[in-house]
Design a protein. Structure first.
Length: 94
């Protein structure tokens, strides 16, 4: 299984969320099978997203794509952001 893990800080959650929600059809077309949105307990402006992806090539294309980089500008993202393409190697019960 392939995942995309994205972490960044936002200046305004409502602005971010509107763009995040509007981008769902784009992510789906690019191969996203859905995901989860988290915020850190220490700082609710720091968000983490974990998306399941339809293959490594599609995940890498999304992660490196112009559209994602432009969306970060519109979505009130501040500072540096980090994105990783992950390959699941094991699942455990605990």
């Amino acid at each position: 299984m392939t995942y995309v893990l994205l972490r960044h800080e936002v200046a305004n959650y409502e602005e971010f969320k509107a763009i995040y929600d509007a981008d769902a059809p784009h992510r789906r077309r690019r191969g996203s099978k859905g995901g989860r949105l988290f915020r850190t307990v220490e700082d609710p402006k720091v968000l983490v997203m974990l998306f399941e992806w339809d293959g490594q090539d599609k995940a890498r294309s999304f992660a490196d794509g112009y559209e994602l980089h432009e969306a970060m500008k519109w979505a009130s993202v501040v500072g540096e952001w980090k994105i990783d393409v992950l390959e699941e190697i094991e699942e455990s019960d605990a």
